[in-house]
Design a protein around this ligand. Structure first.
Ligand SMILES: [Zn+2]
Length: 68
């Protein structure tokens, strides 16, 4: 069964192999108030841009080096 992937922020469908998205999976550890809960979500490219401009400290950017 193939599950459709959508952006959790805007609800836009993400077409696999045509669009890239930010996928986050996090299991909070013992020292967090979210003790041992697991979370998973996707953010599309547009929402990612909107998200990062809210950061007080800009995200670190780097050039991707090609493998091979
Ligand atoms: Zn989105």
């Amino acid at each position: 069964m193939k599950q459709e992937k959508c952006c959790n922020m805007c609800g836009k469908k993400i077409v696999e192999k045509q669009e890239d998205c930010l996928e986050v999976q996090k299991e909070w550890g013992y020292f967090s108030e979210e003790d041992r809960k697991g979370y998973r979500f996707c953010i599309c490219e547009n929402c990612f841009q909107e998200l990062v401009i809210r950061f007080a400290i800009p995200v670190e950017m780097y050039e991707q080096t090609e493998l091979i």
